[in-house]
Ligand binder design. Structure first.
Ligand code: NAP
Length: 247
């Protein structure tokens, strides 16, 4: 049997990096995608290789279609047939009310978080679909509890982008199940990563609003992602795991 191959977008830091490390340890050949931070991506690749795994780092902006196409072509050439995609890359901007948001910001958020996930899913389906000679596979989208809560006063744009990801998860799951592909999502709560600095609140983990009274760790989210990718989740598609401490 071929080694399973996973492409994880935004895997140089945070939840994506934790997912890459766990996937490497579980026997996947891993493509660690990043946009700017080559040193961080290389460190994730080195850690996987030191652990006896196989990994490559590939720069690509998921918001740019030509970048995404060459990212997938690099995986084809260097790792072999893709069996799993984690649509993890996502951005957040400074906290503000919707009434203050300009169109440039909305375009950045929606292009990266929604269109980026859509075109990565498209490229993955083309390769995995049994209709086009693939052997099936699994996609996990990284949404957010913000999709349920709405992000009021902070980032309704970001929350709405994750709402779109939830809807895509449900629709695409039904569309490709006959092609051997499962599509699911995780919805993290507040996880200790760098993303909160972009929101203007680097120390964000509002314990009072979290029933479990703590923030989550990236590796706790990675566990849910790896389960959804695995054959243990063989009867799950179009569904969600909230990793949010009860929030
Ligand atoms: P993070 O620590 O800020 O890391 C972001 C990662 O995405 C980095 O690897 C970054 O690459 C990459 N990236 C950013 N824009 C990209 C682009 N246009 N193309 C390709 N890669 C890009 O983020 P995180 O907190 O781990 O978040 C990961 C996902 O979880 C996001 O979708 C986020 O919305 C979601 N999430 C996070 C939380 C949380 O509390 N942290 C909660 C709910 C959902 P570089 O290193 O090259 O910059």
């Amino acid at each position: 049997m071929h080694q399973p191959v996973v492409l994880i977008t935004g895997a140089s830091r945070g939840i994506g990096a934790a997912t890459a490390l766990l996937a490497g340890a579980r026997g996947y050949a891993v493509c660690v995608n990043y946009v700017n931070n080559k040193a961080a991506a290389d460190a994730v690749v080195d850690a996987i290789i030191i652990g006896g795994g196989k990994a490559i780092a590939v720069a690509a902006d998921v918001a740019v279609e030509s970048d995404v196409i060459s990212l997938f072509e690099t995986v084809d050439a260097k790792l072999g047939p893709l069996t799993a995609l984690v649509n993890n890359a996502g951005i957040l901007e400074k906290q503000m009310q919707l009434a203050q948001m300009d169109v440039a910001r909305l375009q950045r958020i929606f292009t990266t978080n929604i269109i980026g996930s859509f075109i990565c899913a498209r490229e993955a389906v083309k390769r995995m679909s049994t209709n086009s000679g693939g052997s099936g596979g699994a996609i996990v989208n990284v949404s957010s509890v913000a999709a349920r809560i709405g992000g009021a006063g902070e980032y309704v744009d970001y929350a709405a982008s994750k709402g779109a990801i939830d809807t895509m998860t449900i629709g695409l799951a039904k569309e490709v199940i006959d092609q051997g592909i499962r599509v699911n999502a995780v919805r993290p709560g507040v996880i200790y990563t760098d993303i909160h600095a972009s929101g203007g609140e680097a120390g964000r983990v509002v314990k009072d609003s979290i029933p479990m009274r703590r923030g989550g760790r990236a590796d706790e989210v990675a566990q849910a992602i790896l389960w959804l990718l695995s054959d243990q989740a063989s009867y799950s598609t179009g569904t969600f795991i909230d990793v949010a401490g009860g929030r």
